[in-house]
Write a protein that binds this ligand. Sequence first.
Ligand code: SF4
Length: 349
Amino acid sequence: MADALAAPLLRWFAEHGRHDLPWQTPATPYRVWVSEIMLQQTQVSTVIPYFERFMAAFPTLADLAMAPLDAVLSHWAGLGYYARAHRLHACADIVLRQYGGEFPATLAKLIALPGIGRSTAGAIRALGQGADGVILDGNVRRVLARYHALPLDARSSPAEKLLWGWAHEHTPHDRAGAYAQAIMDLGATLCKPYQPECPRCPLKEDCQAYRRADVTAYPRKRIRQERAIRQRQALLIHDAQGRIWLQRRPNRGLWAGLFSWPECEAAEQDLRAWLEHHALAPATLEKAGSLQHDFTHYRLHLQLWTLAAPTFVAEKPGIWYAYGAEKPALPAPVERYLEESWSPTCPLW
Ligand code: SF4
């Protein structure tokens, strides 16, 4: 018997679904995988130009695996969540070495690869390999939570179990690819987080949240805690030629592997002592504004300082970056600051 959710959804998809996304033609496992990783936490419209540039630079999995990490990071710069790019590169390397460049065919082997969770593995199978695969990304979670009026915090473990159960139950296993794309499209175009377009929805007859006229109460969320604030001092160290020092960040943690200004955790009043301790003369230290950037769990507040240090000898790897030179891979807020606030006519430089 046809599933009460899948049948009307697939009929709607044939006419209204998105059939021209760049990763759909051709929908190879490699292209589906890259798009899935890029789409985590990022909107389709933002991803499309990144995806196209990425595919032009790394048309095959082997090209990606053999590319230097810096080249991959610089094609990722601006998309955020850089750990994804690190894992993408590591995963391509494993698929090339262990599987001859082809993604393995079983769910268990896919999930064992870096950066591939259960839903991404399901998408690779359903959309890229033409196999049976079940997905549960953010859009699908929202549709299912509303359709079933999920009475729990959608991020809790019991909710996770229920959602995966429903995801399996509704997937028609002989049309898993079309269904996966259809339910993602419904979530992206009609069952949107705000102002869902229920009157046009093919699921409205059976949707429990709609029947209760309480759609936006689902998915239920934890009460959000106020974001913690982390203060840091950022140093724009410049040399006699006006270049600034950008240090390569460690390969783990925030902005892993990207280039950024040196930072210290010392409070503003302790900064001069910190500089002296690091053999940097604070005589030319000047405030250069501030910026803040929100992460999922905290807000980073950076106080920026310029510091003339013509004899600065770096202890860590990095580069002297000149205004207008080709940019290394930079975190988005650093890039934005340099583009908007750094100019060769600025007296500080
Ligand atoms: S009826 Fe509304 S809430 Fe229910 S699935 Fe459709 S768009 Fe989402």
